[in-house]
Design a protein around this ligand. Structure first.
Ligand SMILES: Nc1ncnc2c1ncn2[C@@H]1O[C@H](COP(=O)(O)OP(=O)(O)OP(=O)(O)O)[C@@H](O)[C@H]1O
Ligand SMILES: [Mg+2]
Length: 228
């Protein structure tokens, strides 16, 4: 029996940014894979390249070298349109800042996400999954920090993406709420998908199936070897 390819795999990623006369190496030879059912937490000091890595995995930024595969298909080096189509169908992204459209209710944000992804949706069930059904008619500006994260999660999960990428989604909530949100995030992901989460949360050990440490653009440790 052959092992299925990882849901997402980064091979030898390099990403440089030019700042004034200097060149910043935000990613240096980063390789990482996440298999179905895995929840990989990426940690590291500020400026170590965590957000850059997520942007490249999301196809929202192109690496200067290396490649990203989704279910074995190389997805970077595609044209912008092609990358956007791929991302829309297969990748959910959750960021620290709200990705909600402010002039739509929570329910309509979920409905719009379903339309953009070309899938049907039971809005009540989608909101119920993140304990937010009672807030269906609320405007994004009326939500608490934790509710905002859960609404963003409901939007990111529309269409059950193979890959969920989350960049410090719990940075703005209390640590008790953070623990709850991480448990929710683990509960809502099906075993068929993979999640890569950037976080500083202390609760991360209970959440993640693997922790990867980045420093100055390099992976310096992984708490468990990836399956081969
Ligand atoms: N668009 C850009 N232009 C120039 N430099 C950038 C750009 N994006 C990131 N960088 C630089 O790349 C490095 C990595 O940044 P990145 O945002 O990935 O760090 P991070 O680990 O997410 O940090 P934080 O914990 O503060 O969010 C930093 O030195 C940053 O200044
Ligand atoms: Mg960041």
């Amino acid at each position: 029996m052959t092992t299925p390819p990882p849901v997402v795999e980064a091979r030898g990623l390099h990403r440089f940014f030019r700042r004034g006369g200097d060149e910043v190496a935000a990613l240096r030879d980063v390789s990482l894979a996440a298999w179905a059912g895995e929840r990989v937490a990426v940690r590291g000091p500020s400026g170590s390249g965590k957000s850059t890595l997520l942007m490249v995995l999301a196809c929202l930024d192109a690496p200067d070298a290396g490649e990203v595969t989704l279910d074995g298909d190389v997805i970077n080096y595609r044209g912008a349109r092609d990358a956007a189509r791929f991302r829309r169908r297969q990748i959910g992204v959750l960021t620290q800042s709200s990705s909600l459209i402010q002039h739509l209710t929570v329910g309509d944000n979920v409905r719009l996400a379903a339309r953009l992804r070309g899938c049907g949706i039971d809005v009540d069930a989608a909101l119920d999954a993140v304990n937010l059904q009672p807030r269906r008619s609320a405007w994004p500006s009326e939500l608490s920090g934790g509710e905002t994260v859960r609404a963003g999660l409901a939007v990111a999960l529309v269409g059950t993406p193979r890959l969920l990428l989350a960049d410090e989604p719990t940075a703005e909530v209390s640590s008790a709420e953070e623990t709850e949100l991480l448990a929710l995030l683990a509960a809502v992901r099906p075993a068929t998908g993979a999640t890569v989460l950037v976080t500083h949360a202390d609760a991360v050990a209970a959440y993640a199936t693997r922790v990867v440490q980045l420093e100055a653009g390099r992976i310096v440790s992984t708490d468990e070897p990836a399956p081969s």
